[in-house]
Ligand binder design. Sequence first.
Ligand code: HEC
Length: 172
Amino acid sequence: MKRASMMLVMIGAVIFGFAVLSAPKFGTMEDVKFSGKLWKALINANLVGKNAIGAVPYAAAIHKKILITLDSEVEVENHRGKVIVKKMFQGKNVSVESVANNPGENLAFVAVMFQREKGFDTKNQDWFYIRYDAKGRPTRNKKGMLMVGRFPKCISCHQAAPGGNYIYSFTR
Ligand code: HEC
């Protein structure tokens, strides 16, 4: 190989290395800690937990699930931001009626988006994503990855939301 092309390969390798190192991380200890604080803020705001405010459940278009979606603002680590909470109800006999009557039953997951301080994820409007279980513990996907923080799949799909604000359900 000629010297010039060797140099190009080396420069390419260095750039690639930087790209890998600087790719946003997710599922870190920091993210998990933050998710615990966020869950507490959601309880205090009555968005989750025993005293959670109600909302009309609806059937999900794509999945066989019943959903309740709430939006609000909460403060975590001295930052106040938009939060959207999506409760996902699953089970054999789960229906819009059963969820309306017993919102404490059949809750499988709570997917949450919280808009963090500027700089958390500048390219993607600083959203922190998490999928909790019903008790507020972070969950993993089928590959065993913790779905907490700048989770690539949540980001890539929400990027496509029509309003350009990463949010599907509400128009702002
Ligand atoms: C394949 C695309 C896709 C992926 C992946 C995805 N979402 Fe969503 N999400 C949607 C769609 C579509 C809606 C609106 C319809 C609904 O409520 O299901 C939505 C709704 C939501 C909402 C309610 C606010 C809104 O935008 O309407 C939250 C919160 C949410 N998703 C969180 C998450 C989290 C957390 C993850 C990753 C763990 C995730 N989503 C992954 C497509 C996706």
